[in-house]
Structure formats: structure tokens, C-alpha cells
Ligand binder design. Structure first.
Ligand SMILES: [Zn+2]
Length: 60
């Protein structure tokens, strides 16, 4: 699965704030993502995040 900086991920699991959309800030073994609902940043291993992704929106 290809994930790039700037992508917006729609996840199966919602953030506690209620939003399920996250912007990718940094990629690698670990991904830094920012919740678009509350702005909270999360660092998560790629292997754990990938199965939770439902959709990737890529800015043109
Ligand atoms: Zn949030």
C-alpha cells in the first residue's frame, strides 16, 4: 500500500473526537498522522495502521 505525505486517510476506527479522517505528515516504518477533527498528532507503526485504512484521498 502506498502512502504519501499529504494524503488524507479515511480509517475504519474513529478518533475519540469523532473524526475518521487523518492527514499524513510523515511516512516510513512509522507514520505520523494528524486527526482532521481535533488536530491531534499520532505516531503509529505502518503495519498497525494499514489494515485500518478504508480510503486514501490524494491531492492532485
Ligand atoms: Zn481527533
Amino acid at each position: 500500500m502506498e502512502i504519501r505525505v499529504g494524503d488524507v486517510l479515511t480509517c475504519r476506527k474513529k478518533h475519540p473526537c469523532g473524526s475518521d479522517r487523518f492527514e499524513v505528515l510523515r511516512t516510513g516504518m512509522d507514520l505520523r498522522i494528524k486527526c482532521l477533527g481535533c488536530g491531534h498528532e499520532i505516531l503509529t507503526p505502518r503495519a498497525r495502521l494499514e489494515p485500518r485504512i478504508r480510503k486514501i484521498d490524494r491531492p492532485q
